[in-house]
Design a protein around this ligand. Structure first.
Ligand code: NAP
Length: 188
């Protein structure tokens, strides 16, 4: 999504949505590997902190701050080159879209936050912005790259807690309530 679809190059600003989630936390680390400057955005201060700890240059809580204003401030008024989206919450999507710079790209791979969003078409064409969908297609080379980064300890996964499989119902409740930070792992 970041390297091949959004074509992130060194020095680009990348805004990562749902930054402490599975996709988001990987997105931060891949964007940093590509030489980008990263803004991690999440919906709770502790999740913003956890995401920034993965190497992001700045963090924004999109539930308490105006995401567009915060991103413009961090980037000196310019906006970001790439939004790494995966939520499709109508409000958040619009605020992230409005934070794109000219020739910006919004790449997305998820819709659990609603799925239908407004689109400011005037901003889209006036600023030559692209909105691109991407479904997971990983090559053997990419897989080897990811496993190597994990084995070397360069890429980390945020784990909220590990629970026995027998606690699956409670684990699902924790995920549904979004009270934790990172993945809940069930140990068989
Ligand atoms: N296309 C593909 O190949 C592909 C592959 C894997 C996953 N996906 C999709 O990508 C999305 C993210 O997956 P993931 O594994 O990263 O999930 P995840 O670990 O649960 O993270 C999702 C993040 O979304 C944020 N969020 C914002 N609004 C939300 C809402 N209304 N409900 C739930 N979460 C909300 C949460 O952070 P805050 O609470 O901090 O906002 C959460 O950290 C999913 O839609 C999934 O289906 C697609």
């Amino acid at each position: 999504m970041l390297r091949d679809v959004a074509k992130v190059t060194p020095g680009d600003w990348v805004l990562v949505m749902g930054a402490s989630g599975g996709l988001g936390s990987a997105g931060i680390q891949v964007a940093k590997d590509l030489g980008a400057k990263v803004i991690a955005a999440a919906g709770a201060d502790e999740r913003v902190s956890a995401a920034v700890a993965l190497g992001a240059d700045a963090g924004v809580n999109y539930r308490t701050e105006d995401l567009t204003d915060a991103v413009r401030k961090i980037t000196g008024g310019r906006g970001v080159d790439v939004v790494f989206e995966n939520i499709a919450d109508p409000e958040l999507f619009a605020r992230a879209f409005a934070a794109l710079a000219r020739n910006g790209r919004l790449v997305t791979a998820g819709a659990h936050g609603g799925g239908t969003v407004p689109l400011d078409v005037q901003r889209l064409y006036m600023n030559s912005i692209s909105v691109i969908g991407s479904v997971g297609r990983i090559t053997a080379d990419d897989l080897a790259l990811c496993l190597r980064a994990a084995a070397e300890g360069r890429h980390r996964v945020i784990v909220d807690r590990v629970m026995p499989l027998a606690d699956a119902a409670r684990a699902h409740r924790i995920v549904a309530e979004r009270s934790g930070t990172g993945k809940v792992v069930l140990q068989p």
